[in-house]
Design a protein around this ligand. Structure first.
Ligand code: AHG
Ligand code: MN
Ligand code: MN
Ligand code: MN
Length: 337
């Protein structure tokens, strides 16, 4: 493919990447609809306080979280942008308890769109990068999907991606042939291929974890982080750097740009929850992006993409990024268990 950065738009890229695939035209059209919704969300976040979109609602979502205005506005933008095109059979969102049924006036398609409309909501009012995460699965039957039809392992995703609303708005996606980054040219309104074929270094010296939860982590995680903090005089023989942005999309983006690991492990702070992050619309899509870029994504005890989901909003422990660091974490869990 003649992917000269700077001249390849998202549409051109998708036409070339999906050429010859049975579902290529429809998948490409769906991803273009998602990109249009992302542009609308980018416009909202860029207005900040001037757009009346900041602050919280007097409402809680199924996660038990207080909803931010942007959580709901972003959710609505994706639903309205993708329900009419005859491409999706149904949708599921962090912000909706049950799957969204396509209204009768619209034709149903062969894809399921599962998404976190706004990732990093705690950052919306402090002007820190937030994002949108999406995952595309297939649904063959003519009948409308039941919740169980969404419960597919991440290895069955046909596409996955995220938008990051930062100083630049970027779209990073995979259709199963590598992970590629696009930057929004605001003047023209096009996503331009700027980061083709992203590749994560196998080794790294940068970790991201919310260390305020240290006393709640399992011993293998405590061991890994303690060794990173010990630096060159310790087991690892080199100094490590730490980051924590509290928007997973921003952490994952940094790792795709320069390597590192991101950990949101299971902790005993809330024994009922096996981790904070949700499998279907956070862990699975970013796991596919990371692995398509040569990294690895694990719960600490197994590959995320092989998990059989048991519930729409199921949570899982997440450890992802540079392959050799995540392999070390799995080794530490195996030695501990
Ligand atoms: P969301 O805003 O979609 O609910 O997700 C927030 C997630 C993730 O983006 C981030 O890494 C993590 O929550 C931050 O958790 P803490 O606030 O516990 O650090
Ligand atoms: Mn999220
Ligand atoms: Mn969210
Ligand atoms: Mn949330």
């Amino acid at each position: 493919m003649n992917m000269q950065s700077g001249r390849t738009t998202l549409s051109k890229f998708l036409i070339e990447q999906l050429r010859g695939r049975d579902d290529g035209a429809d998948l490409g059209a769906l991803l273009v609809d998602v990109a249009a919704a992302v542009k609308a969300i980018a416009a909202m976040t860029a207005k900040g306080a001037l757009g009346g979109v900041l602050g919280a609602l007097d409402a809680r979502n199924v996660q038990g979280e207080t909803q931010k205005k942007l959580d709901v506005l972003a959710n609505d933008a994706i639903i309205q942008g993708c329900e009419w095109g005859g491409l999706v059979a149904g949708m599921a969102s962090e912000e909706l308890e049950a799957p969204y049924a396509i209204p009768a006036e619209f034709k149903r398609g062969k894809f399921l769109l599962v998404f976190d409309p706004l990732d990093g909501s705690s950052n919306t009012d402090v002007n820190v990068s937030v994002g949108t995460i999406f995952s595309v699965l297939r649904h063959e039957p003519e009948a409308a999907p039941a919740e169980a039809d969404f419960l597919q392992p991440g290895s069955r995703q046909v596409a996955a991606g995220y938008a990051i609303y930062g100083p630049a708005t970027m779209l990073v996606l995979t259709v199963g042939a590598g992970t590629h980054g696009f930057t929004l040219d605001r003047e023209v309104g096009n996503f331009i291929l700027t980061h083709p074929q992203l590749a994560i270094p196998e080794d790294s010296s940068e970790f991201a974890i919310n260390t305020s939860n240290e006393r709640f982590w399992e011993p293998p995680v405590q061991r890994y982080v303690c060794e990173c903090k010990a630096g060159r005089s310790g087991e690892r023989g080199r100094d490590f750097n730490m980051r924590w942005i509290a928007s997973m999309v921003a952490e994952v983006h940094r790792i795709l740009m320069r390597g590192g690991v991101f950990l949101y492990p299971k902790d005993t702070k809330d024994p009922g929850k096996p981790g904070r992050l949700r499998l279907l619309y956070e862990a699975n899509p970013v796991a596919l992006l990371i692995e398509q870029a040569g990294g690895y994504a694990s719960t600490g005890r197994g590959r995320i993409l092989e998990l059989e989901p048991g519930a729409l909003h199921q949570r899982v422990p997440v450890m992802l990024g540079s392959r050799n660091e995540v392999a070390r974490l799995e080794r530490y869990h195996a030695e501990h268990d």
